[in-house]
Design a protein around this ligand. Structure first.
Ligand SMILES: CC(=O)N[C@H]1[C@@H](OP(=O)(O)OP(=O)(O)OC[C@H]2O[C@@H](n3ccc(=O)[nH]c3=O)[C@H](O)[C@@H]2O)O[C@H](CO)[C@@H](O)[C@@H]1O[C@H](C)C(=O)N[C@@H](C)C(=O)N[C@H](CCC(=O)N[C@@H](CCC[C@@H](N)C(=O)O)C(=O)O)C(=O)O
Ligand SMILES: Nc1ncnc2c1ncn2[C@@H]1O[C@H](COP(=O)(O)OP(=O)(O)OP(=O)(O)O)[C@@H](O)[C@H]1O
Ligand SMILES: C[C@@H](N)C(=O)N[C@H](C)C(=O)O
Length: 426
C-alpha cells in the first residue's frame, strides 16, 4: 500500500488514533514508538478493537497483512499522509510559533476565526512532530481555515513542520529565552523560529507581527505581505490597560474600536490579544464579533489563571517557565495594585550552561521591588545568592503557604512544568 492508497482509506475513515487506550471503531491506528511502549505490539489489539487499518513498521507484528500496512517508519508515514491531505485543502493555513504565548495566541486567534469560519486548530499544545500531523489530519474537507501551532526545542524542527503544513500565513509571537539547551543560544532560538518566516518568504506568504519587537520587523524583511499590530504605527492598533490582574485592551483601529475586557492576566498578553484582533480584521470579521470572541476566552491548564481564595487572589501560572516569561510575569505582578504581594517561583528547566546565571538574573530583578514574601523553589534557585525563603519542592512550599494567614494578598505562582507548582495551592 502506498500513500495514495492509504489516503483512500483515510478519506472513508478520517480518524487517526495512535493509542489503543483511546481507540474507536473505524479509526486508523498508527503504531508509534515512544520511550515507554512499542506501538507495533498493540497493532493486533487495535484491529480487534475496531480499527480499519493498522500502520506498522516491524514485520514480526504483521499478523494480518490484509488489514495492516507495513512501512519503513510509522512516524514518517503519518507525516506523509498529513502532507498529502494538506495538499488537497485549498484554504488558508496559519502557523503560529514563538517562544511564549503560542497556545494562548492560537486559542484567541482560532476563537475569533471560528466565529465566522469553519476553523480547525491545534488542540492544547499538540505542536510537535506527532502533534502537527495529527492536527492536519483532523481537518475536515469542508474546513475554511486551519490554525496550526508549532513548538520546537531545536533548529530545523519548524522547517520540517512547514514542509508538512505548507502554511500560507504565519505568526511568530516573540523570540525569547527558552529550551536554550537544545537551541544553544538566543541566536539559535531566533534562527529556529525564523524558519517559519523563511518558508513564508519563499512561498509568497503573509505574516502578522507585533511591531513593538524590532527583531521581528528585521527578520520579516523580504516577506511579500507583513501585517503589523501594536500600540502605534501598526496596521492594527490598541492599548493595554493592565492596572488590575485582568488585562483589558482598548482597540483603536477604526474597524474595531472598543474595549475588550479579557479574562487573561497581565500586559504580556497584550500582543497575544492584538494578534487575534489583527487576524480577525484581516479576514474581514466584524469588530464587535472579534471583541466578543476574545472577551469570552478563558485560559485553562494553569496558564496565567486567576483563582480567588477567600480575600486572596492567586495568579496561577504554573504551566511553564523560562527567563523571558518569568521576567514578563514578575514585571507585570510588580505593576498590579495590591496591598500585599507574595511570589512562589519554581526553577526553570532546559536552560543549559546559562541556567544558574538566568536564575540569578531573576533574583536581581526581584530585588528591585518590595514584596511581602518571596519563596524560591528548587531547580537552580538552589545555586544562586538571594535574601529569600528557599524550599526544595512545591510540596514544601505548599506546606509553608498553609501556615501563613494571608488576607487581601495577591499571590503569583510560576515555575517550569516539571516543578509542578500548581501543587502549591492544592
Ligand atoms: C508517541 C506518543 O504519542 N506518546 C504519548 C503517550 O506516551 P506513552 O507514555 O503512552 O508511551 P509511548 O510514547 O512510549 O508509547 C508509544 C506508542 O504506544 C502507544 N500505546 C501505548 C500503550 C498502549 O496500551 N497502547 C498504545 O497504543 C502510545 O499511545 C504511543 O503512540 O501518551 C502520553 C500521555 O498521554 C503522551 O504524553 C505521549 O505524547 C508524546 C509525548 C507526544 O509527543 N505527543 C504529541 C501528540 C504532542 O504533540 N505532544 C505535546 C508535546 C508538545 C511539546 O512538548 N512541545 C514543546 C516543543 C516541542 C519539542 C519537540 N522536539 C518534542 O520533543 O516534542 C513546546 O515547548 O511547545 C503534548 O503532549 O502536549
Ligand atoms: N506574550 C508573552 N510574553 C511573555 N510571556 C508570555 C506571553 N504569553 C504567554 N506567556 C507566558 O507563557 C505561559 C504559557 O502560555 P502559552 O501556553 O500560551 O505559551 P506557549 O508558548 O504555548 O508555551 P509552550 O511552548 O510550553 O506550549 C503563560 O502562562 C505566561 O506565563
Ligand atoms: C511545557 C513545555 N512545553 C515547556 O514549556 N517546558 C519548559 C522547559 C518548562 O518546563 O516550563
Amino acid at each position: 500500500m502506498n500513500i495514495a492508497q492509504l489516503y483512500e482509506v483515510y478519506r472513508n475513515h478520517p480518524s487517526i488514533q495512535t493509542d489503543t487506550r483511546q481507540l474507536k471503531q473505524g479509526d486508523i491506528f498508527f503504531a508509534l514508538k515512544g520511550p515507554n511502549f512499542n506501538g507495533n505490539a498493540y497493532a493486533a489489539a487495535a484491529l480487534e478493537a475496531g480499527a480499519v487499518l493498522a500502520v506498522i513498521d516491524e514485520a514480526e507484528y504483521n499478523t494480518q497483512p490484509e488489514r495492516m500496512m507495513l512501512t519503513t517508519d510509522v512516524l514518517s508515514t503519518l507525516q506523509q499522509l498529513a502532507l498529502h491531505h494538506r495538499k488537497q485543502l485549498k484554504i488558508p493555513f496559519l502557523a503560529i510559533t514563538g517562544t511564549n504565548g503560542k497556545t494562548t495566541t492560537k486559542e484567541l486567534v482560532s476563537t475569533v476565526l471560528a466565529a465566522e469560519f469553519k476553523t480547525t486548530a491545534t488542540i492544547g499544545n499538540l505542536n510537535n512532530h506527532i502533534g502537527v500531523p495529527l492536527t492536519i489530519l483532523r481537518i475536515p474537507a469542508d474546513a475554511e481555515i486551519a490554525v496550526i501551532e508549532m513548538g520546537a526545542n531545536h533548529e530545523h524542527e519548524i522547517e520540517a513542520y512547514c514542509k508538512i503544513a505548507l502554511p500560507t500565513h504565519g505568526i511568530i509571537t516573540n523570540i525569547g529565552k527558552a529550551h536554550l539547551e537544545g537551541f544553544g543560544s538566543p541566536e539559535g532560538v531566533r534562527r529556529a523560529k525564523g524558519e517559519l518566516y523563511d518558508f513564508l518568504r519563499a512561498n509568497e506568504g503573509t505574516v502578522f507581527l507585533c511591531n513593538e519587537y524590532p527583531y521581528l520587523l528585521e527578520m520579516s524583511k523580504g516577506i511579500p505581505q507583513v501585517i503589523t499590530y501594536g500600540q502605534k504605527d501598526a496596521t492594527y492598533t490598541g492599548d493595554p490597560i493592565a492596572d488590575t490582574a485582568l488585562l483589558s485592551v482598548k482597540v483603536t483601529s477604526n474597524e474595531a474600536t472598543g474595549l475588550i475586557p479579557t479574562q487573561l492576566v497581565g500586559a504580556y498578553n497584550f500582543p497575544n490579544v492584538m494578534a487575534a484582533v489583527a487576524v480577525g480584521l484581516y479576514f474581514n470579521i466584524p469588530g464587535e464579533t472579534i471583541r466578543e470572541a476574545i472577551a469570552g476566552y478563558v485560559p485553562s491548564n494553569n496558564r496565567s489563571q486567576v483563582i480567588k481564595q477567600g480575600t486572596n487572589t492567586v495568579i496561577m501560572d504554573a504551566y511553564n517557565a523560562n527567563p523571558s516569561s518569568m521576567k514578563a510575569a514578575i514585571e507585570n505582578f510588580a505593576g498590579i495594585e495590591a496591598a500585599q504581594k507574595v511570589l512562589l517561583l519554581g526553577g526553570m528547566m532546559e536552560l543549559g550552561p546559562d541556567s544558574v546565571d538566568e536564575h540569578q538574573a531573576l533574583v536581581d530583578l526581584l530585588q528591585r521591588t518590595h514584596w511581602h514574601a518571596v519563596v524560591l523553589v528548587g531547580g537552580d534557585f538552589s545555586k544562586v545568592k538571594h535574601p529569600y525563603i528557599y524550599m526544595e519542592t512545591a510540596a514544601a512550599a505548599a506546606e509553608w503557604l498553609r501556615h501563613q494567614e494571608f488576607t487581601d494578598t495577591y499571590i503569583l505562582i510560576k515555575g517550569s512544568r516539571s516543578m509542578g507548582m500548581e501543587k502549591v495551592i492544592q
